[in-house]
Ligand binder design. Structure first.
Ligand SMILES: O=C[C@H](O)COP(=O)(O)O
Length: 317
């Protein structure tokens, strides 16, 4: 295990898969019906028009503007970076997004395009999206992205290992990737759409946090269902309870399928009501999305001018 690992579990718990399993299965079970009902209830909350403008700006600042297509090109990434830094060139009061998220081979392009803008560069690594590769390949994937200037690494866990009960393998892989990240922040993608139960979402959240995750993230965007409000609620409870237990705050990133302003606002309400206002900041909460930004811009313009601009008014996101 690397010396710099941030393993917070007591050594006797982390010593074997049996003890790790006993620890994770000893966490309180999730009331799935209750979680769905609570998320549905919070989704009906309306916010005042004055608060909506602030919520939209906050949501823009929380966006990890993402392109993760096999057909991505340096030109597409440069265009996305320009949009990330200056989302609406006609209105310079629009804030920049948190980060651009790309495949490792496009990190250098993004870093160069975003120099001096304050926008971070996140890269998926560790054999995204399947996570099916030997550990040394995952680590070299991660190191390459960091050397090229990535400030954030979004890794996927080995869901096969997790679902077959090999928690120690998942735990040690996260520790090793965290070590390979150096100063870059590590977001751990649980791929909740493959975890079957909310109890597993809670266990994977705690496992990732103990192994040193700076963020826990719902999904790759390549598996359905991707981000949902109830699953995000379970993860927000986990980061809240983990901070209470350990004193360390971990961020949350729902990702995949978030396309509308109303959905982004629902996530912000969920954050406020579940983890609390300490998480209402791009340092602690992100929205991973490839096509949310234009809707946020359209709704913002509507609030400012009273009129919609059509989607064609904005560059593609
Ligand atoms: O991490 C972000 C996701 O890959 C984006 O998914 P999306 O294209 O459904 O917004």
């Amino acid at each position: 295990m690397p010396d710099t690992a941030v393993a917070a579990l007591a050594p006797d718990i982390a010593a074997s898969n049996t003890s790790l399993r006993a620890y994770l299965h000893g966490l309180p079970g999730v009331d799935e019906v209750g979680a769905r009902a609570r998320a549905a209830d919070l989704a009906t909350r309306s916010i005042k028009t004055t608060a909506k403008r602030a919520a939209i700006d906050l949501a823009i600042r929380m966006v990890d503007l993402t392109t993760l297509e096999g057909a991505d090109t340096p030109g597409k990434v440069r265009a996305l970076c320009a949009k990330a830094a200056l989302p609406d060139p006609q209105d310079r009061s629009v804030p920049r997004v948190a980060a651009v998220c790309v495949y490792p081979d496009l990190v250098a392009t993004a870093v160069s395009a975003l120099a001096g803008t304050g926008v971070g560069v996140a890269s998926v690594a560790t054999a995204f999206p399947s996570g099916r590769a030997p550990l040394d390949a995952k680590l070299s994937d991660t190191r390459r992205a960091v050397v090229d200037g990535a400030t954030e690494i979004d890794m996927v866990i080995d869901r096969g290992a997790f679902l077959s009960g090999d928690y120690r393998k998942v735990y040690e892989e996260i520790i090793a990737v965290k070590d390979a990240c150096g100063a870059a922040h590590l977001k751990v993608i649980l791929e909740t759409g493959e975890l079957v139960t909310y109890d597993n979402v809670r266990r994977a959240s705690w496992l990732a946090m103990h192994a040193g995750a700076d963020f826990i993230k719902t999904s790759t965007g390549k598996v359905s269902p991707a981000a949902t409000l109830p699953v995000t609620l379970v993860m927000l409870e986990a980061v809240r309870d983990f901070r209470a237990a350990t004193g360390r705050q971990v961020g949350v990133k729902p990702a995949g399928g978030i396309r509308a302003t109303k959905d982004a606002v629902r996530y912000l309400v969920l954050v406020n009501e579940t983890a609390g206002p300490d998480w209402l900041d791009p340092v602690w909460f992100r929205l991973g999305a490839s096509s949310l930004l234009n809707d946020l811009l359209m709704q913002r313009t509507k609030l400012t001018t009273g009129a919609y601009q059509g989607p064609d008014y904005y560059t593609l996101d």
